[in-house]
Design a protein around this ligand. Structure first.
Ligand code: PLP
Length: 381
């Protein structure tokens, strides 16, 4: 929580404009985070993962700082171009693309594409001839609080064939990418993926193809309730792993931070709609219903994976465990129940709560008007 956000919210309340929950993003924090990445990984280019928070002000700031961008659709590419970044600073990093979208990206000047299959390589060879491609390999996501599982990437043993196919079709077989899982709290998790990447480099070198780049993905954490290692610890662990597996031939590298860039820059203010119990027994747990839930910003509470810090003006007094739920008439719209959340006993209906670390993956996961609840409004200050 920054002073600027606190003042913004106080003004909004005074003006009586606080009828719906909102996210406030402090650009000063985004700037600090960008510089933190640039410092901790000085030889690495930063490709901000746009889906984490595509607010125009965030994109413009990062473009002006020199960031590159990882995008997943034509709309995201257009948003980045509108923010002032040239197309040579954009990667089309989704491994699942319609051929007409590849063609449109190529028309807009994008020349860097992700793949994880030979058929996707074929599409790129047709729709974006001569472009650079990198092959994403699977990573098990161990140690990550929001693992990305098996949807993206191929087995490392398959990657050489995919890249060889690219080379054969006149594309530039450029490198290897992976993602160690989002909110990755263990900096050592890059080691195994870099070992696989180095093996792919060697195997292609034997076939006369020299790869140049390793895309280290995202995964850098935001501090929620638990402390997380500093970005410098990630930089050091990654550098050690690169030296270990590539020796003195360290390739060009890029990172794609999303959460780590914007998560800590945002705070959501929400309101307590109801506090009730489900039976008259004295020991029944309280249910605290907020005006924000899984469908208007807090989707990452699925399976209670991300536990956000919730602050109230009653903090400091005695607490008791509560079930915390959202406002919609869908019974999955419960945020914390398996592991109840301690909230102050004196918390009252109508009180405001501040949900911290919510700058990433909140507005983008907010449905358009489910049950009439509006999409989460953002203010960037
Ligand atoms: C979402 C995504 C990222 C960002 O991941 P974080 O864990 O938020 O840093 C990076 N790369 C790709 C390809 C992604 O899809």
């Amino acid at each position: 929580m920054t002073q600027r956000i606190r003042e913004f919210l106080a003004d909004r309340r005074r003006a009586g404009r606080d009828t719906q929950p909102c996210l406030v993003v402090d650009l000063d924090v985004v700037r600090e985070n960008y510089l933190g990445f640039a410092h901790a990984l000085p030889d690495t280019r930063v490709f901000y993962a746009v889906k984490a928070n595509p607010a125009p002000e965030v994109l413009s700031l990062l473009a002006s700082l020199g960031s590159c961008f990882d995008t997943a659709s034509v709309v995201e590419i257009e948003q980045v171009l509108a923010a002032g970044a040239s197309p040579d600073r954009i990667s089309f990093g989704n491994t699942i693309k319609k051929e007409r979208d590849i063609a449109r990206a190529f028309e807009l000047g994008v020349r860097l594409f992700a793949v994880d299959s030979e058929v996707e390589v074929d599409k790129i060879a047709r729709a974006a001839p001569g472009s650079k491609v990198f092959c994403r390999i699977l990573c098990d996501g161990e140690g990550a609080e929001w693992p990305l599982s098996r949807k993206f990437g191929c087995a490392p043993e398959m990657a050489p064939r995919v890249l060889e196919q690219a080379h054969r079709l006149g594309l530039s077989a450029y490198g290897v990418s992976f993602h160690v899982g989002s909110q990755q709290t263990n900096p050592k998790m890059w080691d195994g993926a870099l070992k696989s990447a180095a093996e792919i480099f060697r195997e292609l070198a034997e076939r006369g193809i020299s790869l140049q780049m390793v895309n280290l993905g995202g995964g850098f954490p935001t501090k929620y309730l638990k402390n997380v290692p500093a970005v410098k610890a990630y930089g050091n662990a990654i550098f050690r792993a690169l030296s270990k597996h590539f020796g003195n031939r360290i390739p060009e590298t890029i990172i794609e931070p999303g959460r780590g860039m914007v998560g800590g820059a945002g705070v959501i203010e929400a309101e307590v709609v109801l506090i009730s119990k489900k039976s008259e027994a004295g020991d029944e747990m309280r249910w605290v219903y907020l005006d924000i839930g899984k469908f208007n910003g807090l989707a990452e509470t699925i399976d209670e994976m991300i536990r956000y810090p919730i602050r109230t003006s009653a903090d400091g007094g005695p607490t008791s465990p509560c079930v915390v739920a959202g406002p919609t008439c869908d019974s999955v719209d419960v945020l914390y129940e398996k592991q109840p959340y301690d909230l102050p006993v004196s918390l009252e209906i109508g009180a405001k709560v501040l949900i911290e670390g919510t700058g990433a993956y909140t507005t983008t996961y907010s449905a358009v008007g489910f049950n009439g609840f509006p999409p989460l409004e953002t203010f960037v200050i």
